[in-house]
Every structure is written in C-alpha cells, then in structure tokens.
Write a protein that binds this ligand. Structure first.
Ligand code: GN1
Ligand code: MG
Length: 378
C-alpha cells in the first residue's frame, strides 16, 4: 500500500470539519481491495482522536455514490437499532463522517475516492481464529448483524458489485479467462481448472434454491471474513461489523459460508504448504453455534439446511475468483508476490475437498445445534 503524501492527506482531510490538527497517518488493515489508514488528530486541549481514512477501490466498486448511499442508510439504521437495544452506537457500528458540504465522500484531484470513519478504539482485529472463543464471538456478531437488519427495506439498497455471489456467473467468468489465457498461465493451473469443471453442477445449488423461493433474499454483509469484525479488547465480544461495501441483498448462507471459508482452519489464505491447510470441523461447529445464537431463531428451516452448502460454495467461489484473477494478470485482488492468487486458489480448493469429505457431519452439526438452541430457549 502506497504511503500517502502530506499534500494528499491535507487535500482530503481538509474537506472535513475535524476537531484539530493532523499529527499522524499510517497504513492499517489487511483487506485485499481498499487502502486503509489510521489518522490521528490533536485537539486544542492536547488530546488525540483517531479516524479511519479509506479509499474505495475503483476496479471493484464502479459507483461510489451508490455504495456510499448503502453504507449511510445501513449505518444510520443500525445506529437507531443499537440505541433501541441499549447499546453504544459509537462502538457498535461504523460512524461515517460527512464532509463540510454534507457529502459522504471526497474525490481528490487524481480522481481517487475517500471516506472517513470514526476509529473504534480498544478493539482487536484478527487474521485467524486464535481461539475458539474468539471465533465464536465473531460468529455471534455476524449473526446478530444480520438479525438487526432483518426488517431493513432491502429494495432501497443498490447492488454495489453486480452478481457478487452469483457462483454460476463466477464460473462463466473463470471459463472465459481460462479460454483467453491472456498471460499464458493456464498451463500452470490445469489441475485447478479440472477441479472447477468437475463441480459445475454445484455452482447452481444455492441460486436454484433462491429461484425456487426456498431460500429468502435478505440484507446480508457478503464479505464476512474474521478480519471484518472488531472484537472488544476487554470483553472479547465481537462488537462492530466493518467493511460494509458489499452490504446488499443476498443469502444468509453465504455470510455463514464465507466466515467458515476464512476462519475454520489454521492457515493463511495464501499458504503454500497444502499439508497445513485443513478444514477444522470443530471450529465449524463453534462458528455455527455462535451464528445461530446471533441470528436468534430468525433463519428458516431451509436456510439451516443449506448452511453447509454456503460454506462449500463460498469456498469454491472464492477459489475460482482467485484463479480467474491469476489468469487475468492479478488485477483485482492485491498481491505482494508472484503466484499469490494461485496459492490462494489452491488453499480454497483443498478446503472444499475437505468439506466434501465430511459434508454429512456438517449438516448433522447444524441440526444438533439448532435442536439444542431451541431446547435452551436461546
Ligand atoms: C476481499 O476486502 P476484503 O479483503 O475484506 C473480497 C472478498 C473476498 C476476500 C478474500 C469486495 O475482501 O469478496 O472473499 O477478499 N472483497 C471484495 O479474502 O471483492
Ligand atoms: Mg475487509
């Protein structure tokens, strides 16, 4: 991530009515898409307040107005909901600042798009499930997030990335990239390509259930990686769901599934030693328990039945996306070494194979947890 010059910082921050002078700015966060900085502002009384300054990646997000409209609507709704439930809205949802002229973002001279959030202090942001308790805490937070938005008017949200979790469309894009092979990389990925093509039928499973009215369309987060939830340092509870760029109508099973993809293992997403990449069924169970508690009985029977499919499909889809990006010359996901997107793809496909091997158990676990949850009246 490029360091911002003082001039650039002043140009952007000058548009906001901040309570003091800029004393520090440093890169933070580990997202694959946007660039994020933490900026410190010293007030007249000497105290320092921090903000998050973040650019919006124009390759991923084509329409910043629509994207910021979604975020404003959702965070304002969450704010009210959190107050109603007796929570602290400054810590439990992102709070985005408006510029002096009331806009939700700033466009700099070079065309870059920036927004500023209140920085949530005294939290941790995990890159891996360090303990089952923390993974459980993240699950509860994502489940609760979905539950808080259950009556949000979904039709007022824009689709910030078209066909984002349309796995069949992702499959078509992959096939096109493979056929075009613009960077001469297809030869290196024959095994991975075969892996995808053998699973063509799987790609349509959730979409079919949606089309047939079995699975409901809800307002979902769509990018529920563990590092997209902030954990309170003291209470160790998941308190604030972040990275709201992809909040839009979607499937609950995908929010469940994307967390499992990222967190129910003990490896980095780009681990090269595949012997270290193993799906951890007990972490899966931990997450399922937290998610079902967080959603608190708001999921339908069909959604519960399809949760394991969410995990399998999000992992397959993400692997396909990494592979497609590798074939297209690494233009979407940030990389810091050659071959990284292919390595990322390989970890995902190893996890998919593992899940396929214990799919029956994955379903049994959800059924058992739901039974226990109902018996305990949670
Ligand atoms: C991206 O921005 P970040 O790192 O939270 C991506 C997700 C992928 C994820 C893979 C907008 O998430 O869809 O699952 O990388 N976000 C977007 O790690 O494409
Ligand atoms: Mg993120």
């Amino acid at each position: 991530m490029a360091n911002l010059s003082r001039g650039q910082l002043e140009e952007v921050l000058g548009e906001y009515d901040l309570p003091g002078i800029l004393v520090d700015a440093r890169p933070c966060g580990r997202g694959h898409i946007n660039d994020t900085y933490c900026v410190s502002i010293r007030k007249e009384d000497g105290t320092v307040v921090r903000y998050t300054l973040q650019s919006i990646n124009p390759t991923a997000f084509k329409n910043p107005d629509q994207l910021m409209h979604n975020i404003m609507m959702v965070t304002e709704y969450l704010r009210k909901e959190i107050i109603r439930q007796g929570g602290d809205p400054e810590r439990e949802t992102l709070h985005m600042l408006r510029t002096k002229s009331g806009d939700a973002y700033v466009r700099d001279k070079a065309g870059g798009v920036w927004r500023v959030y209140v920085y949530v202090e005294d939290v941790i942001c995990l890159q891996s499930a360090e303990t089952p308790e923390l993974f459980y805490a993240s699950a509860k937070a994502f489940g609760h997030f979905q539950r808080m938005l259950k009556d949000f008017p979904a039709e007022t949200l824009f689709e910030t990335i078209e066909k984002f979790h349309d796995t069949l469309d992702r499959l078509e894009k992959f096939k096109k990239a493979l056929a075009e092979d613009r960077f001469g990389r297809a030869g290196e990925c024959l095994e991975e390509a075969r892996f995808v093509l053998e699973r063509e039928a799987d790609c349509g499973v959730a979409l079919k259930a949606l089309r047939e009215g079995k699975l409901p369309l809800r307002v979902t987060h769509n990018d529920t990686k563990l590092n997209n939830v902030l954990i309170d340092e003291k209470s160790q509870e998941g308190i604030c769901v972040i990275d709201l760029d992809t909040v839009m109508p979607g499937l609950s099973i995908n929010d469940f599934g994307d967390s499992i993809r990222f967190g129910a293992n003990h490896c980095e997403e780009d681990e090269r030693d595949l012997s270290k990449v193993n799906f951890d069924l007990s972490l899966y169970e931990t997450y399922a328990r937290g998610f079902l508690e967080g959603t608190g009985g708001s999921l339908t029977e069909a959604e519960l039945e399809y949760l394991p499919w969410g995990a399998r499909l999000m992992t397959l889809e993400c692997g396909m996306r990494f592979l497609t990006d590798y074939l297209e010359g690494d233009v979407y996901f940030k990389t810091d070494r050659p071959g990284q997107n292919l390595d990322r793809c390989r970890t995902q496909f190893k996890l998919v194979s593992d899940m396929e091997g214990c799919f029956g158990q994955m379903s049994d676990i959800v059924a058992r947890i739901e039974r226990e949850r109902m018996e305990a009246g949670k």
